[in-house]
Ligand binder design. Structure first.
Ligand code: FAD
Length: 396
């Protein structure tokens, strides 16, 4: 009996994109997804760049709203408004997006087994073997190769000796009713989301997603923020049940092995500054599919043959992830007073406007903006005074 070429564990954006590309290249692919419907329980704000929509030909039907501006609030309430003429970001319906991308993979020929939880994965010399539970029934499956795209918290890669993501944070989010907020807002400060940030992202004229990232007590901070925004009149009373999700901040040290690749959140391919993982997951999914296609074609699925995947995605994202993580760790050490000072410096010296005018300022690529910011004389002086680790030894 012929084995399927690849089994993909997880039918989220990264897994479905790998499946779609592999199927398109003529491979037999099976996707195992534990939910009955892809995206059914995704906890996500769904904010992605316009570039992501264009690059991956994302269906207009899943876009709820477009945004070309954002208001950022410092701990004491100093406001920076970032605005550009063109659409910068799109807010998508995550469940509809996951369904659309899975539908596309199926149109190309990938088979989906939903309601199927993979319990174990073993790599043999000539195949991979999986044990799963499919709607209450035990299921054993074999394939030539496996792609782990099971999101944050899956232990499959760790059990196979690939380690675990180096650092993570918890994201919490609730749907709220608003009085008609039209702009994306972000809030900073120790009392709001210590070391991270909170957001209010409108999905329609009267609804928004309110969320935050925190290493501790995320629900408590969300309840407090909700109360504060209610007092300010931005949020209307409403019953809200939050959802939670882990967000990797540092990638897996190793994302490949014999007959094996890891993509998306499972590999920690996430922007460390914002926690957004959809775009990087999709980019890496394409690299994974290309690498696997070549390996399947040449019938060489050795770890060495698949190592090119990691080289390629690190070449594309490595500097971003490194600079982003460094900036993130630095930000986590700032006091509210220091954050306020940065906001007022940026605002009073027009640095925000200069950054906005820079061609290379991007929703997806933050490294350039971070370097530009710390390269700015006034900011660099302020950071020196705060003893920023990446500036030690550097002349402002
Ligand atoms: C509160 C919050 C807000 C966020 N907002 C944004 C945002 O605005 N923009 C953005 O870009 N990112 C955002 N993210 C991150 C984003 O959700 C993830 O980066 C993205 O979902 C990763 O896609 P993925 O395909 O790698 O994993 P996932 O989307 O997690 O998909 C993994 C899939 O695998 C399935 N699965 C898991 N284990 C198994 C198993 N053993 N067997 C079978 N199936 C399995 C799961 O059911 C799931 O469908 C947010 C995250 C959180 C928590």
């Amino acid at each position: 009996m012929n084995l399927p070429d690849a089994v993909v564990i997880g039918g989220g954006p990264a897994g479905s994109r790998v499946a779609s590309r592999l199927a398109e290249m003529g491979h037999e692919v099976v996707v195992l997804e534990r939910q009955k419907q892809p995206g059914e329980r995704a906890c996500c704000t769904g904010l992605i760049s316009q570039n992501c929509v264009t690059d991956f030909d994302i269906d207009e039907k899943v876009i709820l709203k477009r945004a070309n501006s954002a208001r950022l609030f410092s701990p004491s309430g100093i406001m920076l408004r970032l605005w550009r003429e063109k659409t910068q970001a799109c807010i998508i319906d995550r469940a509809a997006f996951d369904t659309a991308i899975a539908d596309r993979a199926q149109e190309k020929g990938a088979k989906y087994l939903t309601g199927t939880l993979v319990k174990n994965l073993e790599v043999g010399d000539d195949r991979v073997r999986l044990e799963a539970v499919c709607r209450g029934e035990r299921l054993n499956l074999e394939a030539r190769a496996a792609v782990i795209a099971a999101g944050f918290g899956s232990t499959l890669a760790e059990k196979l000796g690939l380690g675990r993501v180096g650092d993570f944070v918890v994201g919490v989010q609730a749907e709220v009713a608003t009085k008609g907020t039209d702009e994306v807002e972000a809030y900073f400060g120790e009392e709001i989301a210590p070391g991270f940030f909170a957001w209010l992202v409108p999905t329609s004229s009267r609804r928004a997603r309110l969320g935050l990232l925190s290493r501790r007590h995320p629900r408590l901070y969300l309840e407090r923020l909700m109360l504060s925004l209610k007092t300010q009149g931005k949020i209307i009373e409403g019953k809200v049940k939050p959802c939670y999700g882990g967000i990797p901040l540092k990638p897996l040290a190793r994302t490949y092995g014999q007959r094996l690749l890891v993509v998306g959140d499972a590999a920690g391919q996430v922007k460390p500054i914002s926690g957004g993982g959809i775009y990087y997951g999709l980019l890496c999914a394409d690299i994974a599919a290309d690498t696997l296609h070549q390996a399947l074609k040449g019938d060489n699925l050795s770890s060495r043959a698949l190592a090119g995947y990691q080289r390629r995605w690190r070449k594309k994202l490595g500097p971003e992830l490194d600079i982003g993580y460094y900036a993130r760790k630095f930000y986590e050490r700032l006091s509210d007073k220091q954050i306020d000072r940065m906001f007022s410096l940026i605002k009073s010296r027009g640095i925000d406007q200069a950054l906005l005018q820079a061609e290379d300022l991007s929703f997806d690529w933050h490294g350039e903006a971070v370097m530009r910011l710390i390269g700015h004389k006034i900011v660099a002086n302020a950071l020196q005074a705060m003893k920023a680790p990446f500036l030690l030894g550097r002349q402002p």
